[in-house]
Design a protein. Structure first.
Length: 114
């Protein structure tokens, strides 16, 4: 981090102490659990999407890089688009059965939701 990175210090009161060093709280990401211990729920969602259906994969515990890699694999094998953020993978369309089968073949403990 640069010494003059003022955007990360917004809302901080000025200090007259010349030895004061502002420290940011770095939140550590949790370690990725092995696939056999992950409990993933594959469900469909239609809310706030203009009537379009998406498949949601919830319950992933781990780093965001591993979540993005899993999402990319699923999107490639299904041939559709999607996204991965906040511990949740979104796949366009109703592909619950296909995604559940793919996850189980990769060794994940996946269940089909609603």
């Amino acid at each position: 981090m640069a010494d003059n990175d003022w955007k990360s210090r917004l809302g901080v009161v000025y200090s007259t102490n010349p030895d004061f060093k502002y420290e940011t709280a770095d939140s550590a990401e949790p370690e990725t659990i092995p696939p056999g211990r992950q409990k993933l729920i594959v469900r469909i969602d239609r809310r706030n999407r203009g009537g379009k259906q998406v498949t949601l994969i919830e319950g992933f515990t781990g780093r965001s890089e591993d979540l993005a890699a899993l999402a990319k694999t699923l999107k490639t094998k299904c041939g559709v688009g999607g996204s991965a953020k906040d511990g949740e993978i979104t796949i366009q369309g109703d592909l619950r059965d296909k995604v559940t089968a793919l996850l189980q073949s990769m060794g994940y403990n996946a269940k089909r939701g609603n």
